[in-house]
Design a protein around this ligand. Structure first.
Ligand SMILES: Cc1cc2nc3c(=O)[nH]c(=O)nc-3n(C[C@H](O)[C@H](O)[C@H](O)COP(=O)(O)OP(=O)(O)OC[C@H]3O[C@@H](n4cnc5c(N)ncnc54)[C@H](O)[C@@H]3O)c2cc1C
Length: 324
């Protein structure tokens, strides 16, 4: 690992002043440190944000929920408020079963962790290209890659929390040298223009400070993940749903897929099919079918189509309390 300076500010203002293109924000370090060990990240300074009290905690705010960027998976998984009003978020957090990651990994770090694509992690750049510019995933090992690739981006967004937060309409608050801004969680992710680019819209001198989730009253929500095994790994496919109810019918639906595209994927056709209808197992199956419309799988990952159909169906049924 390359030698680095370590800074331990106690205010957001001081942290921002310490950041630059050559520095990196350190939260739990569960992704950043492994990136540094592989020389995939070589910051000259680490700016620890865990000593900044205002960045922590989970609390009610304005009828909704405020999640500090340094709140851990464990805090999310054990919060009564999250469990009762935002089960989709708690289910996403509970999917991360490792106690080490649950205790150290933060919400901000989860949203901003780098993709697990083995081409990227082995030094072939974010778009996983050979020296001659050939994309390696379509011609190589692609079983964990995107079935909804965008442009030359075949990696999948690794965050388990992003689909649930997007479905719930959450926003991220960001602080930087030019002040504060607020963006939708989906806006955190961009498609890199070049192989040395970044897939995150956050600038190197900005800090994600908190997540604001709107009130969930009357919104049924759930997350269903499909994993290869119940051990330390990322899901193969995830569906998070939020259903705004009007009596027994669905007034508005949001369905977001995780781990199948370089950004979380909005399954708009599936969500539209639910609008104005009464929840049923058949309707959930139909939404699952529509959720893979437009998918473009590669040689090794067509199996993900069925995982998505199932994840969407089960997330909807779980949200609606319908037994399989
Ligand atoms: C074995 C294993 C299994 C895992 N399984 C899953 C899984 O199933 N689902 C899942 O979603 N994740 C999974 N993870 C990933 C894990 O959730 C992340 O490593 C963790 O959430 C990152 O949080 P952190 O606080 O440690 O971030 P760090 O490693 O400290 O930071 C990660 C990145 O985000 C940046 N960053 C962090 N916080 C901020 C902030 N507030 N503002 C600006 N930049 C910031 C850092 O600079 C760095 O680039 C797994 C990890 C491991 C090792």
């Amino acid at each position: 690992m390359q030698a680095f300076e370590y800074a331990n500010p106690t205010t957001v203002k001081d942290a921002i002043a310490l950041l630059s293109d050559d520095a990196a924000v350190l939260a739990g370090g569960t992704d950043l440190i492994s990136m540094m060990k592989e020389y995939l990240a070589t910051p000259k300074r680490l700016v620890n944000i865990k000593s900044i009290k205002e960045l922590g905690g989970i609390a009610k705010a304005g009828g909704g929920l405020r999640i500090g960027a340094t709140a851990t998976f464990d805090e999310l998984a054990t919060s009564t408020l999250v469990r009762t009003e935002y089960p989709s978020l708690q289910q996403a957090a509970l999917g991360v079963t490792s106690p080490q990651i649950r205790n150290m990994g933060t919400v901000g770090g989860d949203l901003l962790q780098r993709p697990r694509c083995w081409y990227f992690r082995n030094g072939f750049g974010i778009l996983g290209k050979d020296k001659d510019g050939t994309s390696l995933a379509p011609i190589g090992e692609n079983r964990y890659h995107a079935i909804f690739p965008k442009g030359d981006a075949y990696y999948v967004n690794p965050s388990s929390l992003a689909p649930a937060l997007i479905a719930l309409g959450a926003k991220a608050k960001i602080a930087g040298p030019n002040g504060n801004r607020e963006v939708g969680i989906d806006e955190l992710y961009v498609i890199p223009g070049t192989n040395s680019g970044r897939e995150l819209s956050l600038q190197p001198n900005e800090i994600l400070t908190e997540i604001v989730v709107p009130a969930a009253r009357g919104t049924k929500n759930a997350t269903y993940e499909v994993r290869h095994k119940e051990a330390l790994d990322w899901p193969l496919a995830t569906a998070s749903v939020a259903l705004q109810m009007k009596g027994t019918s669905i007034a508005k639906a949001s369905i977001v897929l995780g781990h199948v595209g370089p950004t979380p994927v909005m399954a708009a056709a599936a969500a539209n099919a639910l609008t104005g209808k009464t929840l049923s197992a058949d309707l959930a199956t139909e939404a699952g079918r529509l959720a893979v419309e437009g998918a473009n799988p590669m040689s090794g990952n067509t199996y993900k189509l069925q995982l998505v159909r199932t994840a969407v169906k089960r997330a909807i049924m779980q949200a609606g309390g319908i037994k399989a």
